[in-house]
Ligand binder design. Structure first.
Ligand SMILES: Cc1cc2nc3c(=O)[nH]c(=O)nc-3n(C[C@H](O)[C@H](O)[C@H](O)COP(=O)(O)OP(=O)(O)OC[C@H]3O[C@@H](n4cnc5c(N)ncnc54)[C@H](O)[C@@H]3O)c2cc1C
Length: 401
């Protein structure tokens, strides 16, 4: 066992950190207020290989593995504690990878180079109005063949990147029922462009946090897309979606680790200098004990996150792990990381006293942003527990068929 980074990983981390600390960190409040990530940041991320970095180099990706993808996610979370840029990064890294693995040549050539350069967006559209956790039971969106095209009808809701996709172009990987008589084996996955598509009507939600990236929904009324926009095999869409969610969950772990580290650094600086009763706050046991607890939590979830990334690399690079190994490792990281990140941010807000309740510090942006992950983005906390339970007990103990 070796916990050190390779030279390549160190260089990648340094590149991501230098960029994120110099170019992103000073702009986070502006991003949160203006509800928009500046175009030059997106373009610079593209130049550095930080957009859909896991996509194949053939289509403009950096072709990095999951450990490298997690390293960059951690650095982006450390710089943008609001988590807007980390969300954009991890959504494109996870779903750009799935598209790169299973998309058709024609569709990949059309969209991926633009996604990796920052000229188009790549998102995921699974959740529907009747429920996200039980998508198999709730999904109403249907796709059927019409001549050489696919015809889509239905509605998706709580979808990240609606404004980005509508303005920049790109695709949302969209899950639709293609065999209503089957459950998990009755879904297919499609690359759906939202921009300039008159039969797609979008809406936007006013979120509580991660304001730099939009969330909304869209309806599809007889939306026609070319045959080559089917991703992977017909009726295998549910499984590609689960594969992408595991990848996204690992990167959520890494962004939360980065944001937690940033919050902790801010808190430590404050408790070393701020005095009460004639002593620095940090000299009180009532401050040091939670400090130690939060440090242990971050350390634990960092190990869990990088073990999940390592398991992904074992599966994709060496074929020495299965999706079951990945699913449980990713669910553990996703279950713990947002909760621990929220815990440390909340604690640091206390240490800051009244200024912790102001916008002088970025902590309040972090608290608002990280709740998106514990409420539900990429699966709720209870769903993570169900996945872990299923892996420990077997599928016969699932609460549904
Ligand atoms: C900021 C944000 C961005 C998002 N972005 C996207 C996106 O880009 N694409 C996309 O497809 N989706 C996206 N989502 C949606 C997300 O995936 C769903 O919110 C999530 O899957 C939960 O679905 P739901 O909101 O319908 O809640 P529900 O499924 O209705 O769940 C409500 C509550 O019930 C609990 N629950 C459900 N079933 C069980 C059970 N069997 N046992 C115990 N408890 C249970 C859940 O844990 C949850 O607490 C996003 C969500 C958020 C908040």
């Amino acid at each position: 066992m070796d916990f050190s980074w390779t030279d390549e990983q160190e260089i990648w981390r340094k590149t991501a950190r230098d960029f994120a600390q110099k170019k992103i960190k000073p702009k986070v409040r502006e991003i949160d207020t203006n509800k928009k990530i500046p175009e030059e940041i997106i373009k610079d991320m593209g130049k550095l290989g930080l957009l859909a970095p896991t996509a194949s180099t053939e289509y403009g990706g950096a072709g990095v593995d999951w450990t490298m993808a997690a390293i960059a996610a951690e650095e982006l979370g450390r710089a943008d504690i609001s988590l807007a840029i980390p969300v954009l990064y991890l959504v494109e890294a996870a779903w750009g990878f799935i598209f790169s693995q299973y998309g058709t040549e024609e569709a990949k050539k059309k969209y991926l180079p633009k996604i990796t350069s920052g000229d188009a967006f790549c998102g995921i559209a699974v959740t529907e109005p009747e429920g996200g956790s039980d998508i198999v039971g709730a999904a109403k969106t249907k796709a059927e063949k019409k001549g050489k095209n696919w015809l889509l009808n239905g509605e998706k809701i709580f979808i990240s990147g609606i404004t980005e996709s509508s303005k920049w172009g790109g695709i949302h990987l969209t899950l639709a029922r293609t065999n209503p008589s089957k459950a998990h084996k009755g879904f297919s996955f499609f690359a759906l462009p939202l921009k300039d598509n008159p039969n797609v009507k979008t809406t936007l939600f006013e979120d509580m946090g991660r304001m730099g990236i939009s969330t909304g929904g869209f309806t599809m009324e007889n939306v026609e897309i070319p045959e080559n926009h089917l991703i992977g095999k017909f009726n295998r869409g549910f499984y590609y979606a689960m594969e992408g969610f595991s990848a996204a969950r690992v990167l959520i772990g890494a962004t939360c680790v980065g944001a937690s580290e940033a919050a902790m650094e801010l808190g430590i600086e404050h408790i070393k200098t701020r005095k009460a009763f004639g002593r620095p706050l940090g000299s009180f046991e009532g401050i040091q004990f939670p400090l130690a607890e939060h440090h242990c939590n971050i350390d634990a979830v960092k190990l869990q996150t990088y073990r999940a990334a390592w398991t992904m690399d074992k599966m994709y690079k060496e074929n020495k792990a299965t999706h079951h190994d990945v699913a449980i490792a990713a669910a553990i990281a996703k279950l713990r990381a947002p909760i621990y990140a929220f815990g440390v941010m909340n604690e640091v807000a206390d240490w800051l006293g009244a200024t912790g309740y102001t916008k002088e510090y970025p902590i309040e942006m972090g608290i608002r942003g990280v709740r998106s992950y514990s409420i539900g983005a990429e699966g709720t906390m209870n769903i993570m527990k169900i996945i872990i339970g299923r892996e420990l007990l077997g599928k016969e103990f699932l609460p549904y068929k």
